[in-house]
Design a protein around this ligand. Structure first.
Ligand code: GAR
Length: 200
């Protein structure tokens, strides 16, 4: 089968990145993760990627000051040099500029730790507890200019218990994220290999 060359963007520990890389070890997985990109050279996940034989590329946003687009142009150029066709954002904690989104729209997906459209943005577990929801979860969605607003690809749900802390809830959601993200990549790229390169 033809595999789609893909990049994973991280900013920290990279547990979702690890789940994607592990899932991609089976021969029929439709993506080949060729590079892991981080805006933070100290991101823990970079070392792990390297230990798996995957290129770990730090493009430090601090080097670009306030010019967010220049930072993203540098990343974009690196991706194009490597023939990357698809991006999975996996705990990438920077809001993307409209420029980068435009370059990759229809070829870039994100995982968000909440059941979108509820709880866009940060601190989703704390906010879910405050709102006393009975159910929480994670969403994989297409990346569009509006933050956490793109079309939903897949969701995973978990119960919220009366004695939950944000940490307990986050851990329960994270287990589901690790199942959900590889499944969502499979779903999306199954479409790709049948020739639909701009599915969204
Ligand atoms: C994950 O829970 C992911 O859904 C979330 O950050 C965590 C990263 O963990 N992403 C966002 O909040 C994006 N706005 P990881 O580095 O262990 O995958």
């Amino acid at each position: 089968m033809t595999k789609t060359k893909a990049a994973i963007f991280i900013s920290g520990r990279g547990s979702n990145m690890m789940a994607l890389v592990e899932a991609a070890k089976v021969p029929d997985f439709p993506a080949d993760f060729v590079v892991v990109v981080s805006n933070d050279p100290a991101a823990k996940g970079l070392e792990w990627a390297q230990s798996q034989g995957i290129e770990a590329l730090a493009v430090d946003h601090k080097a670009y000051g306030k010019d967010r687009e220049a930072h993203e142009r540098a990343i974009d150029a690196a991706l194009r040099e490597r023939g990357v066709e698809f991006i999975c954002l996996a705990g990438y904690m920077r809001i993307l500029t409209p420029w980068l989104v435009e370059q990759w729209q229809g070829r870039m997906i994100n995982i968000h730790p909440a059941l979108l459209p509820d709880f866009k943005g940060l601190h989703t577990h704390e906010r879910a507890l405050e709102a006393e929801v009975k159910e929480h979860g994670a969403t994989v969605h297409w990346v569009t200019p509006g933050v956490d607003e793109g079309e939903i690809i897949a969701q995973a749900r978990v119960p919220v218990f009366a004695d939950d802390s944000a940490e307990k809830l986050a851990a329960r959601v994270l287990i589901e994220e690790h199942r959900l993200y590889p499944a969502a990549v499979r779903k999306v790229l199954a479409n790709y290999s049948s020739g639909n390169k701009s599915a969204s």
